[in-house]
Design a binder for this molecule. Structure first.
Ligand code: CA
Length: 690
């Protein structure tokens, strides 16, 4: 306790010292000056937000304190920028030298005046819209990285681009994937020691994960680290792959393997370790992926790599032999914690599996792991081995099983933050569940959703929607300190500041400020669209701003239709004290008056259509056709003309330009007729319900 008080006092003093040093504003200079020294010491430029998680430790904590628990109620809209999309917005903006760099859907990049919101330039990589069909979770992008006058972005179709920060012109572009395979990039790059690090996604589609490093200046590839082994009849790419191959069985490489590194990274300059989180197995079903078992390294793991060479130094596997889509791609935070009277340099993660991990980041040794949400699949984590103690039957080998968390996780990609003054981690947590069942008719379908789990069986309207909450977690005691309950899951990432504040956007369309120590709601603004991105804060000419990208998406089957809000154009909103800009409230769209469409179905046809819908359609259009959360149209509300052209629309790829593939490779015309009957039956329920 005493240590914490002293630390708070010291941190406060340090911030005042910084404030004194940078007055008048001198710290900010050209983006060309942003080099390794500055990225290692962002505290020299406290008014800016220079890398994805603000600094290499990815704490998302800002020392700025003009906006405080006392003044936050005076926040008003300073400016807004319309990104021209109604798909999900997930980017963390970067702010340097008075300019904000951010991304929208389809990997578009925007450079804006951070004081006025005026567009300086934008870059559209012109992603072929067919790539929408390879994106499991919307055509999102989580933002850019900057370094020595360039802006780096990972493009949905697998390109990595370096843009001139002044003009937005392409300096170099590299293809980081084999485009004949269903790889996508949605994560933000990081720049470490002059190398741009980028991973990719596609675990549900059957790819082999890896992370690559490119020379920031030239774009030349420096190294690539595969996260799971390939065909063992070919040479292993690294000693780590040789070791990993011993933990797989059967012919895993034919189905991809997974382990994609699609989002989280952090870097410790002192230890020179780059931390990368890896994803689930491909397919999810371990009996198909690696019959006979095995841990399947390095699925669902935290990897510590040498950024110079890509060499693996240590790994910590959160979920050995993953069977549940329990990724460890969730945001990682580096911090120094006092544990049993000792200062420990730790890495913290709240991966999907429901346990909050505190790990020694030098050695990978587990310090502690406790459940931060309801967990039914395991009894706990063995402190010696670091392995979860699984409950019987959870691998759904012989029979299906309902358990918590589900594939959306106790926490997903939405970044958590850490406030060194309160010692608390602020997690966008959620209570999710799932009915895991083997797909007994599994046939590998190249290029599309391949989980080996039966989604047809769960294609039922849920009796209750899963809920989310903002969780303030004490990582030393491994205990909840406070929470704020939300009506639905899939709320935004968090930001914490030295003003004793936590900011979070919500799925139900608000941006809220809470006191960091107690969780009291101090301010909120209604935005009219859900927020999933994390807010950022910056200061220019003595004015502190809080900004967030508002645009709900990242559509998932279980979140579909849960919020009942319209999907207005996605916006970037910047707030400041005493600013008085108006926020055009988007009015909720009136419930459509649907005229019933007559149909006749023979016994069993609707049920068959339901199973097909669950397997092929629900991933985008929502379980039980509940819609894609306003991101994609509610299929139940389609016109008769749409229902009349189902075969063409679904089989022939008429919608390929909005990201829907031609399903003739996987479905017969008769299958489509069954799906049509099912959706019509769901529509009938809607039209008869009051
Ligand atoms: Ca996944």
């Amino acid at each position: 306790m005493r240590n914490r008080k002293i630390f708070v006092w010291m941190a406060a003093g340090f911030s005042l010292f910084l404030a004194a040093c940078q007055s008048p504003k001198t710290a900010s200079s050209s983006i060309k000056d942003v080099d390794d020294a500055i990225l290692r010491n962002v505290e020299s430029r406290p008014g800016e937000w220079l890398s994805h998680g603000r600094d290499y430790s990815e704490q998302r904590f800002s020392p700025l304190r003009k906006i405080t628990a006392e003044t936050v109620k005076e926040l008003g809209l300073a400016w807004s920028f319309d990104t021209g999309t109604d798909r999900g917005l997930e980017a963390t903006p970067i702010i340097v030298d008075g300019v904000m760099y951010t991304t929208g859907s389809w990997s578009k990049v925007f450079a804006l005046d951070a004081v006025t919101g005026r567009l300086k330039w934008s870059w559209d990589p012109k992603v072929p819209r067919s790539y929408g069909a390879k994106a499991c979770c919307d055509v999102v992008n989580r933002g850019v990285a900057i370094y020595k006058g360039k802006v780096y972005v990972g493009v949905l179709d697998g390109r990595l681009a370096a843009l001139d920060a002044e003009t937005g012109k392409v300096v170099w572009e590299q293809l980081t994937v084999d485009q004949s395979l269903p790889y996508t990039i949605t994560g933000a790059p990081r720049v470490v020691n002059g190398k741009v690090i980028i991973g990719n996604g596609g675990g549900e589609y059957g790819v082999r994960g890896y992370v690559s490093a490119y020379d920031a200046e030239t774009g030349k590839m420096a190294w690539r680290f595969y996260t799971v082994p390939g065909d063992p009849s070919k040479p292993f790419e690294s000693p780590a792959m040789e070791k990993a191959a011993k933990t797989w069985e059967g012919e895993w490489w034919k189905l991809g393997g997974g382990g994609t590194a699609w989002d989280s990274m952090a870097y410790d300059p002192e230890m020179d370790l780059l931390y990368v989180g890896t994803g689930n197995g491909s397919p999810w079903n371990p009996h198909l992926r690696s019959p006979g078992g095995g841990d399947n390294l390095y699925l669902s793991s935290i990897l510590a790599l040498r950024p110079e060479t890509g060499e693996l130094v240590w790994h910590f596997q959160t979920t050995p032999g993953d069977a549940w889509d329990f990724t460890a791609t969730q945001h990682m935070i580096l911090a120094e914690l006092q544990i049993n009277g000792q200062a420990r340099k730790v890495l913290m993660q709240a991966p999907k599996n429901g346990y909050f991990y505190v790990i020694d980041r030098k050695t990978g040794e587990l310090i502690s792991a406790e459940p931060y949400v309801t967990v039914t699949w395991a009894k706990g984590v063995d402190k010696k081995t670091g392995r979860p103690i699984e409950n019987p039957g959870v691998r759904y080998e012989n029979s299906p099983i309902a358990q918590k968390p589900g594939p959306l996780g106790g926490h997903n990609w939405q970044p958590m933050s850490f406030n060194p003054q309160t010692g608390l981690v602020y997690i966008p947590a959620q209570e999710t569940d799932f009915y895991y069942s083997q797909d007994r008719n599994f046939k590998h379908r190249p290029g599309t959703w391949n989980t080996g789990v039966d989604f047809g069986i769960i294609n039922q309207p849920p009796t209750a929607l899963p809920t989310g909450h903002l969780l303030a977690w004490d990582p030393v005691a491994q205990k909840e300190r406070w929470r704020v309950q939300y009506p639905v899951i899939w709320n935004g990432g968090t930001l914490s500041t030295a003003g004793n504040l936590v900011f979070q956007g919500t799925a139900d369309g608000r941006l809220v400020a809470y006191s960091a120590d107690k969780g009291e709601k101090l301010w909120e603004v209604v935005l009219g669209t859900g927020v999933i991105a994390s807010p950022v804060t910056y200061e220019i000419n003595g004015v502190q701003y809080v900004s967030v990208m508002a645009g709900w998406g990242g559509s998932f089957p279980l979140t579909g239709g849960s919020i009942g809000l319209p999907a207005p154009s996605g916006r970037l909103l910047s707030f400041a004290l005493n600013a008085s800009g108006g926020l055009a409230a988007s009015k909720p769209s009136a419930p459509a008056t649907l005229t019933p469409i007559a149909f006749t179905a023979a016994p069993g046809q609707v049920a068959k259509g339901s199973a097909l819908f669950g397997q092929h359609c629900a991933v985008c259009h929502g379980i039980a056709a509940l819609g894609g959360g306003g991101v994609l149209p509610d299929l139940r509300a389609s016109d008769k003309a749409v229902f009349d052209s189902y075969r063409q629309l679904i089989l022939d790829g008429a919608m390929v330009n909005v990201g829907m593939p031609a399903f003739k490779q996987w479905l017969t015309p008769e299958d489509v007729d069954l799906i049509r009957l099912y959706v019509l039956s769901r529509r009938a329920e809607l039209t008869t319900r009051k």
